[in-house]
Design a protein around this ligand. Sequence first.
Ligand code: SAM
Length: 266
Amino acid sequence: MVTSSNKTKQNYGPDPVSVRATDQYRAEYVHAFVQKWDSLIDWDARIESEGSFFIDKLRERGTRQVLDVATGTGFHSVRLLEAGFEVVSADGSAEMLARAFSNARSRGHLLRTVQADWRWLNRDVHQKFDAIICLGNSFTHLFSENDRRKALAEFYAALRHNGILVLDQRNYDALLDHGFSSKHIYYYCGNDVSVKPVHVDDGLARFEYRFSDNDVYHLNMFPLRNSYTTRLMREVGFQRIETFGDFQETRRENDPDFFVHIAEKA
Ligand code: SAM
């Protein structure tokens, strides 16, 4: 819930690395951070780096209707609308959805938005989809295995019988296995922000987002191992899972920064 007191400041209390709760995401995306999110993920540069990877993958499977469960500020929802897909845009954060709606509006689109937490997705979304996308390293916000299983089961249930789930994640294996160093300072597509891990253990990756005006925000995330995510998907019922590294057709030899999993329901 966003209140006037948490509009500008994140509040992790006296011991930020002890904050490991799924519900934290709403408090993390405070108004001021959401306003800055689009400079973090400069839309034009992101289009350039992703290319048509997601659009191609969806078209290959004859997808028409897509549910974006982690809409954020609307980047993928708008791209898919512009590519001709029917899109419903969901997110658990009202702040994010408001920003997505106005971003889409300024590009001449009316987003169909639903505020929904993944753990109870089908309570708020009453339609079945050909594809669900959960992108931008969003699944990492879930802090208990129970919540991860619940969310995946809700995604599974919201898909048509031959539907697909497209879910990406940061390559946490590299971070967990080799520790973090300056090599892990990520410069997002937006030029005016640097992103680096400030704490990593088996249960938490805490990242710092430093903007050029010296505004600093953090996100506490669960470091998902690649094989763990795909195991959970299988256990929930997904039949075939293909994993890509950094939007490439095959996994790159050297460690990619991100993995994209495409999981088939049937
Ligand atoms: N997909 C967007 C992008 O790539 O720019 C946004 C990514 S942002 C890192 C993660 C998004 O997931 C946020 O908008 C957040 O509100 C949403 N989110 C996190 N946990 C959620 C949950 N349990 N239910 C619904 N939305 C959630």
